[in-house]
Design a protein around this ligand. Sequence first.
Ligand SMILES: Cc1cc2nc3c(=O)[nH]c(=O)nc-3n(C[C@H](O)[C@H](O)[C@H](O)COP(=O)(O)OP(=O)(O)OC[C@H]3O[C@@H](n4cnc5c(N)ncnc54)[C@H](O)[C@@H]3O)c2cc1C
Length: 240
Amino acid sequence: MNLLDRVLLSGTVEECEPLTSRVRRVRIAGPALRGLGWVPGQHVRLKVGDLLTPRAVLSGFRDVLRSYSVWHYDTGGALEVCVLDHAGAGPGALWARRAVAGQRVLLTRPEGRLVPRPGAPYHLFAGDETAAVAFGAMLRVLPEEERVCGALTVPAAGDRLPLPRSGELTWVHGDGVADPDALVRAVRGMSLPSEPGTAYVAGEARACQSVVRHLVRERGWPRASVRVKAFWAPGKRGMD
Ligand SMILES: Cc1cc2nc3c(=O)[nH]c(=O)nc-3n(C[C@H](O)[C@H](O)[C@H](O)COP(=O)(O)OP(=O)(O)OC[C@H]3O[C@@H](n4cnc5c(N)ncnc54)[C@H](O)[C@@H]3O)c2cc1C
């Protein structure tokens, strides 16, 4: 057993099912996952590759861990991740595609600062299919009386994740959605109150940057009111 195996939490894949045509939900359970201090929006890092292979060493261990937002956490000892099976099919996407019940999984404790800010005047969500996983967990815990809005880009209507308060969000799909500017166009088109709320921006790196720039420079929001996390970028492997 190597050091990473000792440090990581151990769980077992309990079930896998398609959540949409391209996103697979994987439920991981085990005693080590009991009572974790998870805040909705946080992610875990799964060990998706071998540590002790020449390829792992040569790549600077780039392909060993991948980050996934926790879709649902059960304090009794189970958590769910939802992984997009994208065309680039790196080790993370392949891991989720091949995951089967009974398989052992190693993972880190939940971490991350993309979490809801309670009491914000309103909450704005902007991102893509990968971001929708964290947003789902966050939306589930926001009080009903707090206003939410936002824009989510997905290739087609069938790719919408089943999010709470989905009807309060603008779903953008169809031709042109692969354009990194599609997200900022949708946010720019939204009618928002004159005072800033709190924004949560995640997904493809360039699309995230454009939305942050728009909110701060064009709408005059304080930068501190925007929580952003780039999840992936074309040509880059294993962002964290
Ligand atoms: C905090 C955090 C939370 C995340 N949460 C989720 C989550 O809940 N669900 C999820 O699916 N992913 C999530 N991601 C992204 C995830 O960590 C991986 O980056 C992603 O699964 C790609 O890993 P891979 O090994 O398959 O491909 P990589 O080896 O990382 O990438 C190979 C190539 O595939 C392409 N690529 C990567 N991702 C995409 C994509 N989404 N669409 C199109 N092309 C792509 C890129 O060109 C890349 O160079 C999260 C990332 C972070 C940092």
